[in-house]
Design a protein around this ligand. Sequence first.
Ligand code: PMP
Length: 358
Amino acid sequence: MSVFFSGRYAQLEPYTPGEQPQDRRYIKLNTNESPFPPSPGVLEAVREEAGRLQLYSDPESRTVTCALAEHYGLQPDQVLVGNGSDELLNFAFMAYCDDACPALFPDVTYGFYPVFAGLNRIPMIEVPLREDFSVCIDDYLDLKGTVFLANPNAPTGLALSSAEIERMLKARPSYMHVIDEAYVDFGAESVLPLIHRFENLLVIQTFSKSRSLAGARLGFAAGQAPLIRDLNTLKYSTNPYNVNRMTSAAGTAALKEDEYYRRNARIIMENRAWTAGELKRLGFTVTDSRANFLFAACPELPGEKYYLAMKERGILVRYLKGPRLKPFVRITVGTKQQMETLIRETETLLKTEAATHA
Ligand code: PMP
């Protein structure tokens, strides 16, 4: 830290992104990216738009916003696109929390939530997940503050039903609820249709996972028009051109080729089921994930050791620090071939472990 760094941020603990090593080629199962490339129309649209990069992007991102509105049955003023959903989540922390209105979220969830709270100096209450890692809506009903729920949750992959979330929206009409649906396309139920009936609901989704655009940085928030106006106030106070031309073009083109992405999501779900079955056969504990990753505990090794052993074998999985997470790793679901390699290497590792302890 330099002597010039503001004391306001001296205590800030920044988010640690998953490793993106350049030293060798790994099978990358650590950052929940899609193993599939963007669709052909996306590549074409990006190439074409690159020729117009001398011009600023449209600050209203009208083309992709209207395409999203049409795709999800919304009005354009109910949608705001962002530079990844992380940007929109940060806006939501800024917009809907303050000293009198803390941020509420599970003790085990997306690691960026406490960082956004810290960055914006917002008090936070971390609500413990139940023993089985599930979110219990009843635990939130008597608390004051804005609820942030990743659904499916990360890193557990467990999802709440839309009916459960609706029960919370009804029970807490004077508080906001931000539902982060980054992984919803892999088999969970979206609450997007509820925005028409609930003024206290903001839904945030991303193109980074099911739509193979993690590197383009595109997310969107959906909610009633006054909420979108709130977020726009913050956007125009930070970065009016938050979504670049190529990313807008990529997002618009991706929506036109939806069937390609839906097929890929189905393949990921099949591979998830296969991998979960194999890991269980090998003695792992595996949660019932509705996301493009598995949350699993190795029978022989704590999470960190399993992660290191896999890294040595050329496979990256994610080990997350946290008192309740020690036995676990988060494994992104990739292609069938990648998952077969993971299982083969895990099986060999377990045999070696058994031999050394015999
Ligand atoms: N929410 C959750 C739960 C996530 O895991 C991620 C991915 N790191 C994000 C939001 C952010 O995704 P992006 O900024 O790429 O849209």
